[in-house]
Design a protein around this ligand. Structure first.
Ligand code: APR
Length: 237
């Protein structure tokens, strides 16, 4: 059996990384997600965007993969599993998954925003979030930015093509922890549905996909995912 997983911020929520659209208490709650994760936002106030990523980078390093990440890795004992993630953390890899396609890049890679040169900046240790931090500066004078894909930027070809191939080859797609509103990533579950594939959604809340999926399990990743692929033959009849 070949399984594709399409994950979003919700799967890392139980590790302690706030999602984009549910975090109403953080320092950045007053900002639209667009403001802290778009090329326009970066051009307007790079200090705000850098501080947001610096804090998320620190949080992601401090937290551990949860039962959801670990369950997906365990499925590899029973099926060929491709993880397609919108997340820029590395919790799928740290949870043990061997094939992870990062549609929106990685928070652990950096490059110059002007000359594109890869960078390995010294990151300050913050004990609490700070609203603005000046980004490091490249030798060329440009600002160092995280290697993530922002609104207004194209997805990298490699992970995108690998994701499409994984969807097309999958017998079943598990969609977990995504609001399903950010395109083109959100078109991947639609592609699987258009092909008549079984699509299982795991999300405590309804999403625009809920009416179309084969099954919507309205619960958390850590509750639904352990043992799911092992039980699939029974679930699907
Ligand atoms: N288990 C499963 N789902 C959960 C859990 C959980 N424990 N907790 C929250 N969720 C769900 C929420 O109900 C919501 O539908 O996770 C979803 C998180 O949605 P978003 O915050 O919108 O995250 P995501 O879909 O990954 O965002 C997509 O938007 O800002 C951009 O580039 C960024 O990759 C990101 C993209």
């Amino acid at each position: 059996m070949q399984v594709a997983v399409f994950s979003g911020a919700g799967i890392s929520a139980e590790s302690g990384v706030p999602t984009f659209r549910d975090d109403e208490v953080g320092l950045w709650a007053q900002y639209d997600p667009y403001e802290v994760s778009s090329i326009d936002g970066w051009n307007r106030h790079p200090e705000l965007v850098w501080a947001w990523y610096l804090w998320r980078w620190q949080l992601s390093r401090r937290v551990e993969p949860n039962l959801g990440h670990r369950a997906i890795a365990d499925w590899e004992q029973h099926a060929k599993v491709h993880v397609i993630t919108q997340n820029v953390d590395n919790l799928h890899e740290r949870g043990g998954s061997s094939t992870v396609h990062h549609l929106h890049g990685s928070m652990f890679e950096f490059r110059c925003a002007d000359c594109d040169h890869p960078s390995n900046p010294v990151m300050p240790e913050l004990t609490e979030p700070v609203l603005e931090v000046a980004p490091p500066v490249c030798d060329c004078g440009g600002l160092i930015r995280p290697g993530v894909v922002w609104f207004g930027e194209d997805l990298p070809d490699g992970p995108w093509n690998a994701a499409v191939e994984a969807i097309d080859a999958a017998d079943v797609l598990i969609v977990v922890g995504t609001s399903g509103v950010v395109y083109p990533a959100a078109s991947l579950p639609e592609r699987a549905l258009d092909q008549g594939k079984t699509v299982i959604q795991v999300n405590p809340e309804p999403t625009p996909l809920s009416d179309r999926v084969t099954v919507h399990l309205r619960t958390t990743a850590s509750a639904a995912l352990p043992g799911m692929v092992q039980r699939l033959p029974f679930l699907l009849g």
